[in-house]
Ligand binder design. Structure first.
Ligand SMILES: *[C@@H]1O[C@H](CO)[C@@H](O)[C@H](O)[C@H]1NC(C)=O
Ligand SMILES: *[C@@H]1O[C@H](CO)[C@@H](O)[C@H](O)[C@H]1NC(C)=O
Ligand SMILES: *[C@@H]1O[C@H](CO)[C@@H](O)[C@H](O)[C@H]1NC(C)=O
Length: 581
């Protein structure tokens, strides 16, 4: 019966974003892959990556045995970095800051052996990678035991049905602010047409804030219940005012920009050049032109830029948004052969214009006829016509618990139990969490925050409306693991069911991280088609560190390898799960 229901869904709501789990569909996939195999073998040499054979086995089951594997060994160490011109302690991956870029193609399998040479437990999470069927690999404290110092753990996951601009970062402590992050780009398969001409090359820009103070000192501040200071600088790819990207005059380049910072929204722009937006976190957008674009904490965009100016260098600028102090950083867009340095004032960007930002956000729309990871158009999933099974209203707040600053959602400040929620759930370990701690709506105003383990129970294939309510004066940024969602509305003030009339139910962009403006709300719709324990978190890291996060338990009682992989053989066990095997 369950199978029949799901097969009907598949026929009506075929989505490029959706993990469709029926056997019928995986048969379809296999045919698609076969026709593409020859082309792939040619292109592998070009991209110069090591693909160590094709294994027929990943985890417990593999329906896509023919997809290539990329293998990485990553050693995580402390090291010295000098982005501001003097040495500081950073966290390096294979000696690099930022860490190595993963350049992959849709459906590639990724195997990363993380060797932790720090003096603290460590985890990496893959921001925006949906981890279809593999909540086990999500790399957050609610899903994984941490990798102890001087040991290693190997992640294995597939970039199933995804394209676009992503990144990864350390999810533990404040490791990511010391540099433990990198880019993860997923190219479209060559058999699927792109909605834009092939660019001459890709440039990847990771924009991030930076602190003069050591990350352990900053962490002690948070542990003592004090806020973090404002960042001292923003950097592009670990450098201040010194990255250079060189292209040929007349050609068009794809520029990927991710805000991998922890604190501030940024605005990005290029002197003398317009940017054509082509992608937002894995969705192809209507290709509008922009002078500058806001990228909030945790978000990614990709734009096309044609080098159509006089032959010289130009500034690429990122500046902080909604902040009293405006921090700027530049990189250089160099026309090959240029001997004229970028000069003149930096192109100006918005600094506090919230309304401007909200208006711009509404212009980011899904191109309904474009393909993404699958040959069927993105718009074939008519999200606006699907009945909503549940509405959840989540309000962020700041409070004090035991005389210390904390942040929370619906009155609960999340504290991770020592036993990962996912393990407690899978192995039925009692006393770790329950589904009654956090409610679907905020408590009455002035209810004091309390500590708890926040898990919302949902059923596989629920179609959920989530309203993020922000009654505070600062911009929020919310990220969801496991699924992307449709952003259907932004509004000022308070939300009421009446606001649904204003929703964009046709071409709202699908993404994994959404901003919520001060004293405003943002609304999303999400099809929960991926079983697992998924982190819904503030991307603003001090807030998340002090409790502004929760987990979505997406579940049904049918145990099937089509909907969820078994725990990997190398599963780390800890706390109350330590003695299981
Ligand atoms: C640790 O690394 C070794 C290879 O250096 C590998 O054989 C082993 O499987 C890794 N351990 C885990 C738990 O992934
Ligand atoms: C930094 O950027 C802001 C916003 O565009 C601008 O107001 C300010 O003048 C810039 N600072 C410098 C040094 O260019
Ligand atoms: C939408 O995608 C189609 C490809 O299906 C492309 O031809 C078209 O230019 C795109 N439209 C916009 C406005 O980006």
């Amino acid at each position: 019966m369950e199978i029949r229901v799901r097969m009907r869904r598949t026929r009506f709501y075929r989505s490029p974003f959706q993990y469709v789990s029926t056997p019928a569909n995986s048969y379809g996939n296999r045919r698609e892959y076969r026709s593409e195999k020859k082309m792939k073998q040619v292109s592998l040499v070009d991209i110069g990556i090591i693909i160590v054979g094709i294994l027929g086995w990943l985890g417990a089951v593999s329906v896509n045995a023919e997809d290539p594997y990329l293998y990485y060994n990553w050693e995580v160490t402390y090291g010295t970095v000098s982005p501001l011109g003097y040495p500081q302690q950073g966290i390096l991956i294979n000696g690099q800051f930022p860490g190595p870029t993963i350049d992959a193609v849709t459906n590639y399998n990724i195997v990363v052996n993380v060797i932790n040479k720090l003096d603290e437990p460590f985890l990496i999470t893959w921001n925006g990678i949906k981890q279809r069927r593999t909540s086990w690999q999500d790399g957050v404290e609610g899903t994984n035991c941490q990798i102890p110092p001087n040991s290693n753990w190997t992640y294995k996951f597939q970039l199933k049905d995804q394209i676009g601009t992503y990144n990864y970062f350390a999810s533990t402590k404040l490791h990511r602010i010391a540099g433990a992050f990198g880019a993860l780009n997923i190219e479209q398969r060559s058999v699927i047409s792109k909605p834009y001409p092939e660019p001459a090359a890709d440039f990847t820009l990771l924009v991030h804030d930076w602190f003069k103070t050591n990350h352990k000192v900053l962490r002690r501040l948070l542990d003592a219940g004090k806020p973090l200071p404002f960042p001292d600088a923003i950097l592009i790819n670990g450098q201040k005012d010194s990255s250079v990207f060189t292209g040929e005059k007349g050609k068009t380049y794809k520029i990927r920009v991710s805000n991998v910072g922890i604190a501030t929204s940024i605005n990005f722009r290029i002197q003398g050049h317009k940017m054509k937006l082509i992608e937002v976190e894995g969705a192809h957008t209507m290709q509008e032109e922009y002078e500058s674009l806001d990228v909030h904490v945790g978000q990614s965009i990709a734009v096309l830029v044609t080098l159509d100016g006089p032959l010289q260098d130009y500034y690429m600028v990122a500046s902080t948004r909604f902040s009293k102090t405006v921090l700027n950083t530049t990189a250089t867009l160099r026309y090959s052969g240029s001997n004229k340095k970028a000069s003149g004032p930096l192109p100006a960007g918005p600094t506090y214009q919230i309304h401007w930002s909200m208006k711009q956000a509404r212009t980011m729309r899904l191109n309904l006829t474009a393909n993404a990871a699958r040959p069927n158009p993105q718009g074939s999933f008519h999200y606006g016509t699907i009945p909503i099974t549940r509405t959840i209203v989540l309000a962020n707040s700041e409070g004090v618990i035991n005389n210390k600053l904390r942040y929370g959602v619906n009155g609960i400040s999340h504290a991770n139990p020592p036993t990962p929620l996912k393990l407690a759930d899978w192995f039925n370990i009692a006393g770790v969490f329950d589904l009654n701690t956090i409610k679907d709506t905020p408590p009455p105003a002035a209810t004091p925050l309390r500590l708890g383990a926040s898990v919302i129970g949902l059923t596989l294939h629920d179609f959920v409306e989530i309203i993020f309510l922000n009654n505070e004066n600062s911009v929020q940024s919310w990220h969801m693991d496991g699924s992307s969602f449709y952003v259907v509305g932004f509004g000022s003030g308070s939300w009421s069911p009446d606001m649904r009339k204003r929703y964009n139910l046709v071409d709202g962009v699908s993404r994994h991280t959404v901003q919520v403006y001060p004293k405003s709300w943002s609304a999303i719709l999400v099809s929960l088609d991926n079983k697992g324990m998924w982190n819904l978190r503030s991307a603003i890291w001090s807030r998340r560190y002090l409790g502004q996060e929760l987990y979505l338990r997406v579940w049904n009682n049918e145990q099937s390898l089509y909907t969820e992989a078994n725990p990997p053989q190398n599963l780390l066990l800890c706390a109350k799960a330590k003695h299981l095997h």
